[in-house]
Design a protein. Structure first.
Ligand code: ADP
Ligand code: MG
Length: 468
């Protein structure tokens, strides 16, 4: 029966349908299994005029991908089975535009039989999402705290729908979730401008859903979100407590997921803690990749500040960068906020960006906090050590090797690391030593603390001198 002409079908199209069946077998042997399953299995023959064979793929992305990666292969294999050299076009065939050749319509049996399908994809009016142009992968600093989330996001951006699905990113406020979501959006839109990317927050979804219900526009609402190729939903914790919205959200997600569309969620907590969220939804999340973002460690904070200064085009001395990075933990937004307000103050007063200015801004920033970290400058540390030991800076920074000077030098290194919180490298440079010598000195002092009475009392004195 497959060999019979279908209603409205001509000889050529019948030939294409037959040839495509056999071509599929050949293709299955020519490409690896995952590629075959992802790309070719869902392709359908559409039309053939004797010269050009038109095939349909279920998403604009698949269309571009197969054309780019496998275009020649498909042409070769199809030509072989049609017994003549043909051109091949792969078009986007929305799943709801099927039935395809030779297949009875799956739904709505009363719909008129469509056998000739549009050769060009229908232009779909789709608003581009509003994305922050600064939130790109290039501007995202990777460290241990966010490595998995960044890698997951990158992988999804490179092969939407073919990688982790869904991708679930969670973490505290200001740690870069929104940045990564936007980065995915930018990347996909640039690589595949025809893909329909939607970015919205859980809150927006809830509001739009309620408005659609009220205004009896629920069909429009559904049409909008069930037609996207990439669905990026930020802060989905907002949906957890809302019964009806949750249900709609679940159906939207399911519809997209089943069509192989890429879905990415961000939330301030892991799926297991989205208590009010449906179990069905949670287990779906767990089938994809769940990646957390932790507060950035020191190195990452430094790198983030350096990157931000570079992006803003502001000159910030390393010392000031380290100082801010030490003082502000936990929230990248705050970290960057401090840098920006220091730069703003400097520019308003026409002053250079100095440690002192940084301290003023930090003091303000910590005004409501219980303890304000007192971070001494390197000069303050050296001065205190000199004072306590009765030595000069030259003595400490030079290479005298008396017991007294050696001890003062090691303690200075320890305090520069622990109190002034300078990187080992930088301390090494001050003393003309490498960073492992500094590390060794710091460890010796640390292990003597509370065991060696002399060192303990010296450190105590120095703490007092440094205002702690
Ligand atoms: P969240 O959505 O997790 O609350 P955001 O994505 O809004 O956090 O990030 C807050 C700010 O910190 C943004 O300006 C963002 O660009 C910046 N940021 C966060 N993480 C990084 C990072 N790893 N590299 C560069 N900037 C970052
Ligand atoms: Mg956010």
């Amino acid at each position: 029966m497959e060999d019979q002409l279908h209603l409205g079908e001509d000889e050529n199209t019948l030939a294409l349908r037959r040839a495509w069946d056999r071509a599929m077998h050949t293709l299955a042997n020519r490409v690896n299994k995952p590629s075959f399953e992802s790309w070719f299995k869902s392709m359908k023959p559409v039309s053939f005029d004797g010269e050009r064979a038109v095939l349909g793929a279920p998403s604009p992305f698949a269309c571009e991908w197969v054309t780019k990666r496998y275009g020649n292969l498909v042409r070769e294999v199809l030509s072989q089975h049609l017994g003549r050299s043909v051109e091949v076009s792969i078009i986007y065939l929305p799943p709801d535009k099927r039935p395809v050749l030779g297949e009875p319509p799956a739904e709505e049996p009363s719909a008129p039989k469509e056998t000739v399908l549009p050769v060009e994809p229908e232009p779909v009016a789709f608003e581009k999402p509003v994305l922050n142009p600064k939130y790109t992968f290039e501007n995202f600093v990777v460290g241990n705290s966010n490595r998995l989330a960044q890698a997951g996001a990158m992988s999804v951006a490179r092969a939407p729908g073919q990688s982790y699905n869904p991708l679930f990113i969670y973490g505290g406020a200001g740690l870069g979730k929104t940045h990564l979501m936007h980065a995915i959006g930018h990347y996909i839109l640039q690589a595949h401008p025809r893909l329909r990317v939607a970015y919205l927050s859980g809150e927006t979804f809830a509001q739009q859903y309620v408005a659609a219900l009220r205004e009896h526009r629920i069909d429009v609402f559904r049409q909008k979100y069930r037609n996207v190729d990439v669905w990026l939903v930020d802060d989905i914790q907002f949906i957890a407590g809302k019964e009806h919205t949750k249900e709609e959200f679940f159906h939207t997600f399911n519809a997209l997921y089943q069509m192989g569309r890429q879905v990415v969620f961000a939330s301030d907590r892991p799926p297991r803690e989205l208590h009010a969220m449906d179990d069905r939804l949670r287990s779906r999340f767990e089938a994809g990749l769940i990646a957390d973002i932790a507060p950035p460690e020191l190195e990452t904070r430094i790198a983030i500040l350096q990157k931000r200064a570079q992006i803003e085009g502001i000159q910030v001395p390393d010392q000031v960068i380290y100082h801010i990075a030490y003082a502000v933990e936990g929230n990248v937004r705050t970290l960057e906020g401090v840098l920006i307000s220091i730069a703003a103050r400097a520019s308003v007063h026409g002053k250079p960006i100095t440690l002192q200015l940084a301290n003023e801004v930090l003091a303000r920033h910590y005004v409501d906090e219980k303890q304000m970290p007192v971070i001494p400058t390197e000069q303050a540390v050296l001065q205190a050590v000199c004072q306590r030991f009765g030595l000069t800076t030259q003595d400490i920074l030079g290479d005298q090797r008396s017991r007294e000077v050696l001890m003062a030098r090691q303690i200075a290194m320890y305090l520069l690391r622990e109190k002034a919180q300078l990187p080992l490298q930088q301390i090494g440079q001050m003393f003309g030593k490498n960073h492992s010598t500094v590390l060794h000195a710091c460890n010796r002092v640390r292990s003597s603390l509370h065991r060696d009475a002399e060192i303990t009392s010296i450190i105590h004195d120095l703490d007092t001198l440094l205002g702690n």
